[in-house]
Design a protein around this ligand. Structure first.
Ligand code: PMP
Length: 391
């Protein structure tokens, strides 16, 4: 009989483990600020109206449940690419973007990781910002990559360490792969300005580096889809052939539907056909083909002008409610200067521990809170709790 006794207990996931602990807590004032997900004023999960309407349409149309192609629903991948690259994008107009549906953003990163590990012609090492989303390291390690870091967050200012960032781009060996958060950097909520992005793009090009954009929050940073795509579009118009991971988990609230896309810009139609064929060979043995429902919902929302408008509006309202209302309550400027769904409070691990233990507020050890988990009914409680543990 095979024994599994040699297997050590694995570490619980840094973010998802927090939800488990939160669920076990019975305190009436408990708050889960670990996972970024839309919540209503009572802290209950919230589904956007445009998404509800798209679901109704799908039911009315009595669509079947046949398998999707390996690279997913074409109506969805086309809309996803259009959303990210914009209608004026040259490679999009010329049909040079290879795009596939993915199991949300994580799956897109993984497809990209496996593809690059197989075909990237230079060193299989990827540079992440310090800090970065907790899952980046595991995704790329499991895809066979060596991990390196570049400077990003400046703890003394709680802002961007632009000089350090630029220096690390300059000093990395030529043709290095740089993972860039397209907007609403997770976990810090600190993004480069558009002028800084221009300089980053220029330097990355000079050094021959390869930019891999992770765009998990398009529309969440500024509230404007196009403005949040600034970095991606600027790099593309500067002539970079980027890789891009997209997620519809946060900006459309489709978390569990797992709707996302991976895309890569190619040089000519022959190259695109070859990349498309290899993406299929990466995906087929991994999960064969992607789930249909979330892609259908997203494609309905994105292609129906009325639903699209409603989606935009609801997000703006939510952002206003979550971020603007919150602004007046917390005493620290960097919290309101940071953008997106997350906020890096600067709380130390022992202060985080006290928040959880004494105040039943759940968050990651690095002090990151999800703004989406705060509502007008508990913001004051949170402010007080943070004040108590940090004074
Ligand atoms: N990248 C970043 C930076 C993220 O914050 C997230 C979501 N937490 C993802 C990727 C992927 O999430 P999902 O797989 O749910 O789309």
């Amino acid at each position: 009989i095979t024994s599994w006794a040699h297997i050590p207990q694995g570490q619980p996931d840094a973010i998802l483990g927090i939800t488990d602990a939160y669920k076990k807590d019975t305190h009436p004032k408990k708050m889960n600020l670990g996972v970024g997900a839309y919540r209503d004023d009572n802290g209950k999960p919230y589904v956007l109206n445009a998404v509800r309407k798209a679901e109704q349409k799908i039911i009315q149309n009595k669509l079947d449940k046949e398998y999707l192609p390996i690279t997913g629903l074409p109506a969805f991948t086309q809309e996803a690419a259009l959303l990210a690259y914009g209608k004026d994008s040259e490679p999009l107009q010329e049909g040079l973007i290879a795009v596939t549906q993915s199991i949300s953003g994580t799956g897109a990163l993984r497809i990209g990781g496996v593809f690059l590990n197989r075909f990237y012609p230079y060193q299989k090492k990827i540079y992440f910002p310090t800090p970065t989303w907790g899952n980046h390291g595991a995704v790329f390690k499991d895809s066979g990559f060596e991990i390196a870091q570049y400077r990003y967050f400046d703890k003394t200012t709680n802002g961007l360490d632009f000089e350090g960032f630029m220096e690390d781009i300059r000093n990395a060996p030529k043709n290095s792969i740089f993972l860039l958060h397209a907007c609403a950097h997770n976990p810090t909520g600190v993004d480069p300005t558009s002028q800084q992005w221009d300089q980053i793009s220029k330097l990355i090009k000079e050094r021959g580096h390869f930019p891999f954009f992770d765009m998990a929050y398009q529309g969440f940073a500024s509230g404007d889809i196009d403005r949040d795509a600034y970095a991606v579009r600027k790099f593309v118009s500067d002539g970079h052939r980027i890789a891009l991971s997209q997620s519809f988990a946060k900006n459309m609230g489709l978390y569990g539907e797992r709707a996302g896309a991976f895309s890569l810009i190619t040089e000519n139609p022959k190259e695109k056909a070859a990349v498309d064929s290899q993406l299929r060979l990466v995906i087929r043995p991994m999960y064969s083909n992607p789930p249909v429902n979330g892609a259908r919902i997203a494609s309905y929302v994105l292609s129906d002008p009325e639903l699209y408008k409603e989606w935009q509006l609801m997000r703006k309202k939510l952002k206003h409610h979550l971020v603007e209302d919150f602004e007046s309550k917390l005493p620290w400027n960097h919290i309101t200067d940071q953008i997106g769904m997350f906020c890096y409070t600067g709380l130390k691990p022992e202060q985080v521990e006290r928040l959880t233990h004494d105040y039943h507020v759940y968050l990651t050890k690095d002090g990151r809170i999800s703004i989406a988990g705060i509502s007008s009914s508990n913001v004051k409680y949170l402010a007080e709790a943070i004040h108590e543990v940090s004074k």
